[in-house]
Design a protein around this ligand. Sequence first.
Ligand code: ADP
Length: 495
Amino acid sequence: MSNAPGILRITRWLRFRLTLSYVIFFTLLLVIVGFFFRGALNSIQNEQVNEILEEEWGAVRGYLKIQRDSLDRIQAVWAYDHDDPETDLIVERLRSICLIADSDGRVIEVSDTYRRIGIDSPVIIRQLIRANRSTVGIREASDNEKFMVRSGIIIDEKHPVYVAIGRSLSANNAVLNRFTTLYLTLLPIMILGCSLLGWFVSKRALTPVTELAARTEAISGSNLSLRIPLRGAGDELDHLISTFNNMVERLEKSFIQTRQFSTDVSHELRTPLTVIRGQLEVALLTATKEDQYREAMMTALHDVERLSNTVRALLHLSQAESGQLTLQVSEFNLCTLVEDIAEHFRILADAGGVQFSIHMQQPCIISGDRIQIERLVSNLLSNAIKYTPHDGKVGIHVSQNQSDATIIVEDTGRGIPPEAMPHIFDRYYRVPGQQRDPETGLGLGLNFVSWIVRAHKGSIDVDSTVGKGTRFVVKFPITGMDNSTPSEQKETQDV
Ligand code: ADP
């Protein structure tokens, strides 16, 4: 029933795809996380350098004095206790990366390292002094070394000067580079770990599917009663299993129905054939007079009639289902049609002691397939008479309004139990307990009736009470029927 190696190959392919998606996702995540941490580390380090520069800026304010020399030139003097080695070290550090310029942008003092960074343009210096603004930024020296530079204005004795001090970021960059190297070394190991984990996790996730495949293999045409037990997790797989079990159940039902049908058909055909054969043999052996031959032939003819009706019903149904039956639509008077058929059924009803009545609201012109509607009325009337006991009543009503024509067939017969109601239009369905009733047929009549109703875009309703009777109401739209193959029309559940 199932192709296990195929399913296993699919699950292996599925497992591979699951792992691949997992690995791609984690690689992307790891790369993003790496970038994020590298950025965070960089900004934390820059923050620290910035704080140090702020402290150093305070020291600059304390130690730097501005004065004019004898030629009225601005001079920068670092005033501190030269005997104090600690202060000496601090000022030396400040002056190692430092630029001092006057309000015209003329350089007063510049360290060698600052020269490598590049001396600020006098225009910018003048603008900053005018605006009394300080700046912090990262600048790159000619040899690509990076520096954080803090600049500002110091006003001493009303002489504003531009001062910029800096700190190398090479230590920070070394930390960043070490982080990047370490991360890039670890990345393939982490990806490999993720792949293994993904492969293992997807194997675990797909194990129930593989088990399901193995179990479905055990179910075959001769073993349709087997069901796959639910795992109880209430997840998608449980849903899949219950859907699969439902499908097998439907298949099993259909298998049983078909088997039952084959048995019924052979019984249905064999019994009258045996009877006909017996009657003809007896007639051949015993009949001497013409009347006796005639009577034997009449009985045989009656049985042949029944046989051909059964065969015809089967043929119609298979034609209808395969779409070979095309509606021959014409306009006709439904009342006349019902009156014609009713004559035949009145005789049947009389024979069964059933009171038969017709109620007609003339005229009743509809457009549809005359022969199929005749079959529909015949099926409903034949059922009504068949399932109504002696002294019961069967009636047919035909009426019409502006949009539909309505046919009502009602009886005071045995009725249909409520649990059978949803199935009576199913193919081969007979109410349980009646299967061996000589009155019941093959369970094809109502199925064909519902097909005819659907083909005419009509509707059928049934109302029944056990022991009281049954009422079928069929409605057809008066207009709008074309010649068409009903199988092309959308199946609608009318009942
Ligand atoms: P069948 O050929 O067995 O009559 P149908 O498809 O015509 O098959 O009907 C299906 C089943 O519905 C019947 O076996 C019968 O049990 C029930 N049924 C149909 N019409 C009536 C009715 N008028 N009264 C009681 N039962 C009915």
